[in-house]
Design a protein around this ligand. Structure first.
Ligand code: GLU
Length: 281
């Protein structure tokens, strides 16, 4: 019998941002997703997370494809590029706005830092909430005046709507804590989306069943789970893997060349060597 793509119900994805060259940490995440997809008889999708138009560059995107192919990873075409789907994100904002859960804030970064009641799991200042008190007319007037703004989720109102939430982390239930992010930014005047919103919209649009990504995104999953509940999206399973550290125990970054896949390739390392280096031999 012919197996069609629709029969392959398990869907994994690798979702890099083309704001630098891939390093060993990306190789680990991509290879782990590919291995798990193969073992499950599932599909592997590739998504290019390029909403940050000031930092993402076409040459990094081209290098991403080249490095992944060199590693021996095969993904389904077409690749989803987030910058081509702004209408989907606008529609999601509109759906949340229709539930009365979106408000614009107008404070500068400095003002937010000065009045912040604490920090979010990434260490950024939480928003104190002053713009929430503006009347509908004031919001309209300030937005129409051309002032920069962020569109935020009214966290208290959103939590009231959905109640306690959990996600499946490698087979174990984890309690989601979206409140730790406060009135999280979902879009801005100049970018109709954010990391959190586009990941949730795309995972649903692409039918992703299994999200396998770095430990650094563990707490973000609380916000993702909340947005899925508010938008009526299916809930993927999650697995947040450990991060590959450099030989000094530091987190890898796109600017440290020692662990860049291009550099390793230039040193005549093979894809098998890379597998060994990340513990996936
Ligand atoms: N684009 C994100 C990154 O490169 C990953 C997003 C995700 O896997 O949810 O860190």
């Amino acid at each position: 019998m012919l197996v069609t793509q629709q029969d392959k119900k398990t869907v994994f994805r690798f979702a890099p941002s083309p704001n630098g060259y891939l390093h060993l940490g990306h190789a680990y995440s991509a290879l782990l997703n590919a291995d798990l997809a193969r073992a499950a008889g599932g599909r592997l999708l590739l998504r290019i997370e390029d909403i940050d138009e000031t930092r993402c560059r076409p040459e990094y995107e081209a290098a991403t494809y080249e490095d992944l192919r060199w590693l021996g990873i095969a993904w389904e075409e077409p690749v989803r590029r987030q910058s081509e789907h702004y209408d989907d994100y606008r529609a999601a904002i509109a759906a949340l706005d229709a539930q009365g859960l979106i408000f614009p804030s107008f404070e500068s970064r400095a003002e937010i830092a000065r009045t912040s009641p604490g920090r979010d799991p990434d260490g950024a200042p939480l928003y104190a909430g002053a713009s929430k008190a503006l009347s509908r007319e004031d919001r309209r007037r300030r937005m129409d005046s051309g002032a920069p703004y962020a569109l935020r989720l009214d966290m208290a109102a959103a939590l009231e709507r959905v109640g306690p939430l959990h996600w499946d982390e490698a087979g174990q239930p984890v309690a989601a804590d979206p409140a730790a992010w406060g009135d999280v930014v979902l879009a801005r005047k100049d970018t109709p989306t954010s990391y959190h919103l586009s990941v949730v919209v795309d995972d649903a649009a692409q039918g992703v069943t299994d999200v396998v990504r770095g430990r650094d995104l563990f707490h973000a999953t609380g916000v993702h789970r909340l947005l899925q509940a508010l938008l009526g999206f299916p809930i993927p399973r999650y697995r947040h893997h450990e991060l590959i550290a450099d030989d000094k125990g530091q987190k890898l970054s796109k600017s440290t060349r020692a662990t860049g896949l291009r550099e390793l390739r230039a040193q005549r390392k093979s894809p098998v060597d890379i597998r060994r280096m990340v513990g996936l031999a």
